[in-house]
Write a protein that binds this ligand. Structure first.
Ligand SMILES: [Zn+2]
Ligand SMILES: [Zn+2]
Length: 328
């Protein structure tokens, strides 16, 4: 861990770096001092290294555990919500998360594939039987995931008044169904979780039990925040940055490029989402499963977006869904 020193990005607002046991190798959480105690944004993952790094950095900024009053969580992924249980236990802080995220968190605790998930994989062309053992998501993640079983709900437009600091909640569904970002209007700071990252684009996938058109939700959520009066954006992965509008425009054009590419892939030839993902990401059945599954879900998000726009149609043959461009 090269950077374990909290960075004070504004008076009393600290950007912390916590280690992750996989790529990306770190996640950032933010701590803000207020006259009514400390507020933390996101929890980090639950590993010994991360827990140790968090406690060390609490100490460095002068936050005693019992002074942490509130934990605001952007979304349910293990690197953001995974240590929420131990944090609540250690500090007594109130934990806030969007209800759709609390529901989605159950996915990471599943020890076997649900029948719906298996049917979904087959319908979209994933050659499940030929891929060898595919561990259910909860088997891998359980060791790093200690989420709080219940939390207080977050909702669009909610406002927290912490004596000398205000935090506004903006719902930004897309990366996950109930993702939220946190706006500190006085400091002109936006804590964005995984919504807008400076170097990589967040995963946008269509999942078995998720929303039907997550890419449309995501692009709408990007447009909703692009004009906020913000001087500093604090992302969960990568360094703080200032030009929100420019980064939003780059991410939108990335998805427009992917949409054109996938539309071309189903031009004159009906293909499953898995086949489109193989073409778009250039892999085959031998590739790591951590690539094949997310790429298929991401291709599906783009294909469903194109279908909603009337640019592709769907054919259901032999229990498999194939997409085809409407243009001859
Ligand atoms: Zn995430
Ligand atoms: Zn993340």
């Amino acid at each position: 861990m090269p950077d374990v020193v909290p960075q004070e990005v504004a008076a009393g607002v600290f950007f912390l770096t916590l280690p992750l046991p996989m790529k990306p190798s770190h996640v950032h959480v933010t701590l803000a001092r207020t006259r009514s105690g400390w507020v933390q944004f996101d929890s980090g993952m639950y590993t010994n290294e991360s827990w140790g790094a968090l406690q060390e950095q609490w100490k460095q900024v002068g936050c005693r555990p019992e002074e942490l009053r509130v934990l605001l969580v952007t979304h349910h992924h293990p690197d953001h919500f995974g240590a929420s249980g131990p944090i609540a236990e250690e500090t007594g802080a109130s934990v806030y998360l969007h209800p759709a995220e609390l529901h989605a968190a159950q996915h990471y605790q599943r020890r076997e594939h649900s029948p719906e998930a298996l049917a979904f994989f087959r319908r979209h062309g994933i050659p499940f039987e030929r891929l060898g053992p595919v561990p259910p998501v909860g088997v891998f993640w359980a060791q790093f995931y200690r989420p709080l079983a219940s939390s207080s709900p977050l909702e669009e437009g909610q406002r927290f008044d912490f004596a000398d600091r205000v935090v506004e909640v903006i719902a930004t569904p897309g990366h996950t169904p109930g993702h939220c970002v946190f706006f500190l209007p006085q400091e002109r700071i936006l804590v964005v979780g995984d919504h807008v990252l400076p170097k990589i684009t967040p995963h946008i996938g269509r999942f078995p039990s998720g929303p039907e058109n997550p890419l449309r939700d995501y692009l709408d959520s990007l447009r909703r925040i692009q004009d906020l009066p913000v001087d500093l954006v604090l992302p969960a992965h990568g360094r703080p940055f200032s030009d929100l509008k420019r980064r939003v425009a780059q991410i939108i054009s990335h998805h427009e490029y992917r949409l054109r590419e996938m539309l071309a892939a189903v031009h004159g030839q009906a293909r499953t989402a898995y086949e489109v993902a193989c073409l778009a990401w250039g892999f085959d059945e031998r590739a790591p499963l951590q690539l094949q599954f997310p790429a298929t879900f991401e291709a599906l998000a783009h294909l469903e977006y194109l279908r909603d726009q009337g640019k592709v149609t769907c054919e259901d043959t032999d229990g498999q869904v194939r997409y085809r461009s409407v243009e001859p």
